[in-house]
Design a binder for this molecule. Structure first.
Ligand SMILES: [Zn+2]
Length: 503
């Protein structure tokens, strides 16, 4: 499985005109909850490069790659929040700018044609380069994003346009924005948090060098991702199911303890990288409380024994009884976790995780919910990329839907941390999508049986028309899971020769 190569993208950290240089205000936006990638996250205006972006000349810039990135950044800023950062626009009224934006949005003019037509041009002096960040490889969608710092022109005021990608936007001081992340009120990716933290120290003479003072600002992917304070997502490479290439290990920490969830990699270098990260947390005065397993699959437990050895055998491994029984002697589990158990970490902040037995993907599957911040560790019940396999007899569709509904009913739910892919800041929308998707499939499967499809293979051919034939064997397992559920509900029956018919 090859990892997809990152696509070029650009973003603008827009500073408010005449802002307080000791605590500058930036314009941040909230991504729509409907977006499958980073839906609900707070971010800066930006997006992926379009081929025409490379056809724009940029004054004071003699490097074609940088010019294309500036062009992309300026176009995205204009499209998403209506600010046109170009020379020659100073005399335009608000209405004229809106009409120019309409030329672009409607497709009447391409970006380069529009700039040329109105006699506008971009100037590199208006865009200060502050780093390039690459999405960690846990994501199928990966970007190599150029970040630029820019001052909002005096007469322009950003506001989120109606293109549907963004939900809202506002000016906020860098410190207030960072405090909202610290208070677990918002989710943001590492480059956004880095920018807010850097700006919090003020618009000093060494501002740009502070932005660039981390290898992550030079395209080295972040390994330790803290979407939410005290919850480290540490993706490790695993032999998992495509499109995923990594499994997320979670390190939840307080001032004195660390909880490790799903150290899944069987590969030595990945185990070492994880051990190093844990060592850093230990060096700051913490101990590892225990290793917890969400479920039994190899891509979630492959690094348990190595980590136990690294910790000199001095650590408890905890899981649900069904998981412990199957893992047996290979990975000894020395503590059983039961439904509704509360795991409270020592130290600060207060972190108390409620274990939820949520079978469906696997019989002993556990999720963990922290009510204070609305954080849910979902294991493989909900994932940030790809789909969840329900493969009987370990997989059980009736249980799975019940588990999804139980998660949906949680009060205060604000983020889902899945076993694969980025965090999901749109938990209700995501859970509704999962439930609706399964019910939709189920009604089609029932209709297929009623129209005479009698075997899982025939049903797959009839219903899974959107799935590539390569995935049909897997789809048959999912159909079987649906048929078992429909049978238990008295809607279909099996004949002695193993075929299905409606009741
Ligand atoms: Zn799994």
């Amino acid at each position: 499985m090859t990892e997809s190569s990152p696509k070029d993208a650009a973003a603008v950290i827009l500073l408010r005109d005449q802002t307080d240089p000791t605590n500058p205000a930036v314009f941040w936006v909230r991504r729509s909850e409907k977006l499958s990638f980073l839906g609900g996250f707070h971010a800066f205006p930006g997006g992926k490069m379009d081929p025409p972006d490379t056809q724009v000349e940029v004054a004071n810039c003699n490097d074609a790659e940088t010019a294309a990135a500036i062009s992309c950044a300026a176009r995205e800023l204009f499209e998403e929040v209506g600010v046109l950062l170009a020379r020659g626009v100073e005399t335009l009224t608000k209405g004229q700018r809106a009409s120019v934006l309409d030329d672009l949005d409607s497709g009447r003019m391409s970006w380069p044609a529009l700039l040329g037509h109105y006699g506008f041009y971009l100037d590199a002096d208006d865009f200060t380069y502050v780093g390039r960040w690459v999405t960690p490889p846990f994501s199928a969608k990966r970007f190599d994003t150029w970040f630029f710092l820019a001052h909002c022109p005096t007469k322009q005021e950003p506001s989120v346009t109606t293109d549907g990608e963004l939900e809202s936007g506002e000016w906020i001081s860098a410190r207030a924005a960072f405090a909202r992340w610290q208070g677990s009120e918002v989710l943001a990716v590492p480059p956004v948090l880095h920018a807010l933290q850097t700006l919090s120290a003020g618009l000093t003479g060494d501002l740009v060098s502070r932005f660039l003072a981390t290898p992550n600002a030079h395209r080295e992917p972040t390994r330790r991702i803290e979407f939410r304070p005290n919850y480290i997502c540490f993706p490790v490479r695993t032999p998992t199911r495509p499109p995923a290439t990594h499994t997320n290990c979670y390190l939840i920490y307080t001032s004195s303890e660390i909880l490790v969830i799903d150290p899944g990699s069987p590969y030595e270098e990945e185990q070492q990288a994880l051990a190093e990260c844990i060592s850093e947390l230990i060096a700051e005065g913490r101990t590892v409380r225990e290793i917890i397993l969400t479920h039994l699959h190899p891509d979630h437990v492959g690094g348990v024994n190595a980590l136990r050895n690294f910790l000199a055998g001095n650590v408890t491994v905890a899981a649900h009884q069904n998981t412990a029984e199957i893992l047996g002697g290979e990975i000894p589990v020395n503590r059983l976790i039961v439904d509704d158990e509360l795991i409270t970490l020592q130290g600060s902040p207060t972190i108390a995780l409620r274990a939820m037995h949520t079978p469906g993907h696997a019989r002993g599957h556990l999720c963990f919910y922290e009510e204070r911040t609305g954080t849910l560790i979902t294991g493989d019940n909900i994932v940030g990329l790809g789909s969840v396999l329900i493969d009987p007899p370990e997989g059980h569709m009736h249980d799975y839907l019940n588990s999804l509904r139980r998660m949906r009913a949680l009060p205060n739910l604000s983020v889902l941390f899945g076993g694969h892919g980025p965090a999901m800041a749109n938990p209700q929308a995501k859970l509704d999508e999962y439930i609706d998707h399964r019910l939709d499939r189920e009604s089609k499967i029932l209709a297929a049986v009623q129209s005479g499809c009698a075997t899982p293979a025939a049903i797959v051919a009839n219903v899974y028309t959107d799935v590539s034939p390569k995935a049909h064997a897997m789809a048959e397992r999912a159909v079987l899971a649906h048929l078992e559920k429909l049978e238990s509900e008295g809607l279909v029956s099996t004949t002695p020769d193993g075929t299905y018919r409606p009741i």
